[in-house]
Design a protein around this ligand. Structure first.
Ligand SMILES: Cc1ncc(COP(=O)(O)O)c(C=O)c1O
Length: 330
């Protein structure tokens, strides 16, 4: 990837003259089955561009519980597009009935519900795959009610590898799709918004307005192109490592893992009281393992291309040592 970045041909992308960015955008559009794509700095930017395109200030956006656009995008939906959010279902995944319950009736005192966002795989739900039948039904019902449909596909290749469905099949129900090259795919920077061409042209204007127009961005696009060519199939190694980690750590007293929920590269590790995630994460760090607290008693472990099979066993040993230390059993 470093070699590809070094050799990348570049131009001024604000003028549409960077051939490597153009190649990446064409590849992202082809892979997701959409007409066009726009290279952006982050998944946050591509999600927020989509929200801005689909909504007007005062609108409401339906999302799943724990959605990235609500939890981790610094309030951008409210700050940049003036929207509020309604949560459908529990735990991140939801079906068309749960969505429909959240659509406001048309009345001058109600917010206009204009968009539904699906996240696949779902980050806070521990990398769960959004069932495709539900995605299809949600999109159909949403369209019938006049709503737009956006897919936060930051880890769409993980969903593809886990289900055997192509990225284009997973993206097909949606008007707009955000994909990230900088997660498990291992590129240093970048995401793409994929959508009909006219939408992408509107997004290009907004991207510039938000300060996201980049000049010789081909050095970044080259990393993403390399990741698409070389790092998608290997995601199944991350999934196998996640399962190995989950099964290993679940044996530790004071720890539980919903093994059925471990479907891709993320493992949510739940701790029994009085253990706290902050204290266990700090003890693990002292032992040489970096792991994040994602809730008061929940840790989140993520597998990626820099995590080797052997690292997984080491991580299990370090984390279970940290837990035992805090429980006073070691
Ligand atoms: C589901 C999901 N969407 C969007 C993003 C945003 O990506 P970025 O960190 O590139 O803004 C992330 C990041 O982890 C994510 O997990």
């Amino acid at each position: 990837m470093r070699e590809a970045i070094l050799r990348a041909e570049v131009g001024d992308d604000v003028f549409g003259e960077d051939p490597t960015v153009r190649a990446l955008e064409a590849e992202a559009a082809r892979t997701t089955g959409k007409e066009a794509a726009l290279f952006v700095t982050s998944g946050t930017m591509s999600n927020q561009l989509a929200i801005a395109l689909h909504t007007r200030p005062g609108d409401e956006v339906i999302v799943g519980d724990g959605a990235h656009v609500v939890f981790y995008e610094s309030g951008a939906g409210a700050a940049l597009s003036g929207v509020q959010f309604a949560i459908a279902g529990a735990g991140g995944l939801f079906d068309a009935d749960a969505m429909e319950e959240r659509i406001h009736p048309t009345a001058h005192w109600s917010p206009r519900t204009s968009l539904v966002c699906v996240e696949n795989t779902h980050n806070r739900a521990g990398g769960r795959v959004f069932p495709q039948a539900d995605a299809v039904a949600i999109a159909e019902r949403a369209r019938a009610r006049g709503l737009g449909v956006h897919l936060d596909g930051a880890r769409l290749w993980n969903a593809s590898v886990a289900t055997g469905l192509s990225v284009a099949e997973l993206a097909a129900p949606f008007d707009t799709v955000s994909v990230c090259f900088s997660k498990g795919l291992g590129a240093p920077v970048g995401s793409a918004l994929c959508a009909p061409r006219a939408w992408i042209e509107r997004a290009r204007t907004l991207r510039k307005r938000w300060g996201g127009g980049m000049r010789q961005a081909g050095i970044l696009a080259a990393g993403a192109l390399y990741a698409l060519a070389h790092h998608t199939e290997r995601l199944r190694e991350d999934h196998a490592n996640a399962r190995r980690f989950a099964e290993g750590i679940a044996k530790t007293p004071g720890v539980s893992v919903d093994l059925a929920g471990v479907q891709t590269n993320i493992v949510n590790v739940d701790l029994a009281a009085p253990l706290t995630a902050e204290a266990v994460a700090a003890a693990a760090r002292r032992r040489g393992l970096a792991i994040n607290a994602s809730g008061p008693r929940r840790l989140r472990a993520v597998m990626h291309l820099d995590v080797h099979h052997d690292d997984v066993d080491r991580a299990v040993a370090l984390l279970s040592g940290a837990v035992a230390e805090l429980r006073g059993t070691r």
